[in-house]
Design a protein around this ligand. Structure first.
Ligand SMILES: C[S@@+](CC[C@H](N)C(=O)[O-])C[C@H]1O[C@@H](n2cnc3c(N)ncnc32)[C@H](O)[C@@H]1O
Length: 230
C-alpha cells in the first residue's frame, strides 16, 4: 500500500454522471440545504468576489453560488458557469432569470476537463463539492485548466470533502457506498490542500469543517501574480 493511501477512483462514466445529476436537479436544493449549502456559503465568503470582477463556477448545480456571485460583481462584472448536467443548467438558468440577473451570467453545459474559455480571463474561480467527483487523473487536469483561465494573481476557492490519511468510521462507510453505488455516490474524499498546491497554486488559507462526520475543507489559493509574465 502507498503512503498516504491513494484516493478512490471514480468509475462511473460521464454519461452516467449526466443522467444522475439531471435526475437530482429537481431535488438538489432540498437535499443540500442543511449539509452542503452552509459550507458553500463559507467558501464564497472566503473567495470574496467583488464589484467589477469576472468569476467562473465549475459544477454550478442549481446555481445558488452563481446567484451570490452575480449579486456581488454588480453591473460592471460578470459570472460564467459550466456544468455537465442539462437538468442543473435548466434549474440554474431559471433561478438566475427569476432574480433578474441573466445579463450578468453566462452558462455553459459541458465537461470542465476542457474549459472552453480563453487563458487569463477570470479574477476568481469557485468549485464547491465538485472537484472530488472527477476521477483521479482528471483532478490535476481540471486544476491546471483553472490555472490557465485565471488571470495572474487570480484566486480559486474550493470546498471539498477531505480525505484523512487515517480513515475514520464515517469515511469508511461513505467509501463503502462510493464503491458499491458508483453512479450515485460518485464523489469521494480527496487530499484537498496538497492537490491544489501540487497543481501550482499558492495556498492562502484552509479551514476545516465537518459534514455527516466527514471532514470538508474550504481552501482559498492563488495563481502567482507573475505567472506567464516575463
Ligand atoms: C455535488 S454537485 C454540487 C453543485 C454545487 N456546486 C453546489 O455546491 O451546490 C456537483 C455538480 O457538478 C456537476 N458536474 C459533474 N461532473 C462534471 C463535469 N465533468 N464537468 C462539469 N460539471 C460537472 C454536476 O452536474 C453537479 O451539478
Amino acid at each position: 500500500m502507498t503512503y498516504p493511501p491513494e484516493i478512490s477512483r471514480v468509475t462511473r462514466s460521464k454519461a452516467q454522471a449526466m443522467i444522475a445529476y439531471d435526475r437530482l436537479s429537481r431535488w438538489y436544493d432540498w437535499l443540500s440545504a442543511s449539509s452542503e449549502q452552509p459550507l458553500t456559503e463559507l467558501g464564497l465568503k472566503k473567495l470574496n468576489v467583488g464589484i467589477g470582477e469576472t468569476a467562473l463556477e465549475i459544477g454550478f448545480g442549481t446555481g445558488p453560488a452563481l446567484l451570490a456571485m452575480a449579486s456581488a460583481v454588480g453591473d460592471s462584472g460578470g459570472v460564467v458557469g459550466i456544468d455537465i448536467s442539462r437538468g442543473m443548467f435548466k434549474v440554474a438558468s431559471e433561478r438566475i432569470a427569476h432574480a433578474n440577473l441573466s445579463q450578468r451570467v453566462t452558462l455553459e453545459q459541458g465537461d470542465a476537463v476542457a474549459l472552453p474559455f480563453a487563458s487569463d480571463s477570470f479574477d476568481a474561480i469557485f468549485i464547491s463539492f465538485t472537484l472530488e467527483l472527477f476521477d483521479t487523473p482528471e483532478i490535476s487536469i481540471v486544476l491546471s485548466e483553472c490555472r490557465r483561465v485565471l488571470k495572474p494573481g487570480g484566486r480559486i476557492g474550493v470546498v471539498a470533502m477531505a480525505r484523512d490519511e487515517q480513515e475514520n468510521i464515517p469515511q469508511r462507510i461513505y467509501e463503502w457506498f462510493h464503491q458499491r453505488l458508483p453512479a450515485y455516490v460518485d464523489c469521494r474524499p480527496i487530499y484537498v490542500q496538497s492537490t491544489i498546491s501540487q497543481s501550482g497554486f499558492q495556498i492562502q488559507s484552509i479551514a476545516r469543517k465537518m459534514m455527516w462526520g466527514l471532514p470538508v475543507e474550504i481552501c482559498l489559493a492563488q495563481k502567482t501574480a507573475t505567472e506567464g509574465k516575463k
